[in-house]
Design a protein around this ligand. Sequence first.
Ligand SMILES: C[S@@+](CC[C@H](N)C(=O)[O-])C[C@H]1O[C@@H](n2cnc3c(N)ncnc32)[C@H](O)[C@@H]1O
Length: 333
Amino acid sequence: MPDAELDAAVPPSDATPDSGSETAPDVTPEAWSGVHRGPLRAGEWVRLLDQKGRRHNFELVPGKRFFSNRGHLEHDELIGREEGFTVTSSAGGEYLVFRPLLSEFVVSMPRGAAVVYPKDAAQIVAMADIFPGAHVVEAGVGSGALTCSLLRAVGPHGKVTSYERREEFADVARRNVTQFFGGEHPAWDLRLGDLAEALPASGERCDRIILDMLAPWECLDAAADALLPGGIVCAYVATTTQLSRFVETVRIHGGFTEPQPWESLVRDWHVEGLAVRPGHKMIGHTAFLVTARRMAPGQRPPLKKRRPAPGAYGPDYTGPRPAGVPIEAAEGE
Ligand SMILES: C[S@@+](CC[C@H](N)C(=O)[O-])C[C@H]1O[C@@H](n2cnc3c(N)ncnc32)[C@H](O)[C@@H]1O
C-alpha cells in the first residue's frame, strides 16, 4: 500500500489528542497532490528556516536529533505538532517549521541531473496548457522535478509518460517523485529509453510533449507523430544555440505553428519601511522555453508575409534553413 494511503488509513499515534486542530482531515490519497494536512508525522520531511534565513530539510525520525550551530532539537518535539510553529534549539536558536512546498522540495531533493526550476515549471504548466486529465509525454525525466508539477497538473485521471535514457537518473527520479507524492502516482509511467525511438515504437498519442534535454530537435519528428492535432510541443533549453536550432527545426518541419520562444526572469523585492527596492540577488538565467502547436495531418501554417530580418540567414548562418529562404550575400559583398 502506498505511504499516502497508509497515512490516511492510520491515524498518527503520536498526534496530540487535545490539540483542538481546526484543519480539515488529511488530503485523501485520491487527490495525489503530495500535500499533507494535520499533525507532523514520523517519516515526513520538514523544512526548518533559521533566523538568518538558512534552510534545513530533514526526515522526522522518532528519537533522532537535529544538530545545528545553535545546539540541537529533538525530532520528537516536532512530531505530532501542527506545522507553522517556531521551535527553540538547546542553544537558543529559533527555527520556523513547515512541511516543504513542491517548489521547495524540488530544489532540495537529491539530483541526478539539473532540474527545471519552479519558476519555469510554472511557465510550462501555464503556457504548455497542462490540464487535468491531459496525456503528457516528457523527456528526459532527469531528477523528476518537472514530473512532480506535471503529475499535479494532470491529476490522477491524466497520464504522464516520462522517458529517460539513463537508468541512474530514472532511479533518482523514481525515488524523488514517489517521496513527494507519498506513493507511486497512478498517472505516472516512467520508461527507460530514448524518446526519439521509444515513443514511435509505443504508438502512443498525447496532448502535450515537454522536451528538457540537450538536443530536443532530434525528438521533433517523434513528437510530431505522437501529438494530437492542436497539441503542444514545449522545449526547455539552456543556451541560445540550442534555442535557435530547435526553433528553426520546428519551422522547417512544417507541421507546427510558428514557434514562440521566451524566457522568464523573476526578481525578489526588499520591502521595509521606506527601503523598497529590488533585491540584490536573482537567478539571472535558467533556460529558454519554446512552444508550438501541432497542425492537423497534412495541414501547414499560412506562409509568413514578413521577410526575415536582414542578414538573419546570411552566409554565416549554418542551421536549418526555412524553405524559400536563399543564402543572402553578406553586407558589402
Ligand atoms: C536536464 S535533465 C532533465 C531534468 C528534468 N526535467 C527535471 O526537472 O528534473 C535532461 C535529461 O534528459 C535525458 N535525455 C537526454 N536526451 C534524451 C532522450 N532523447 N530521451 C530520453 N532522455 C533523454 C538525460 O539523460 C537527462 O537525464
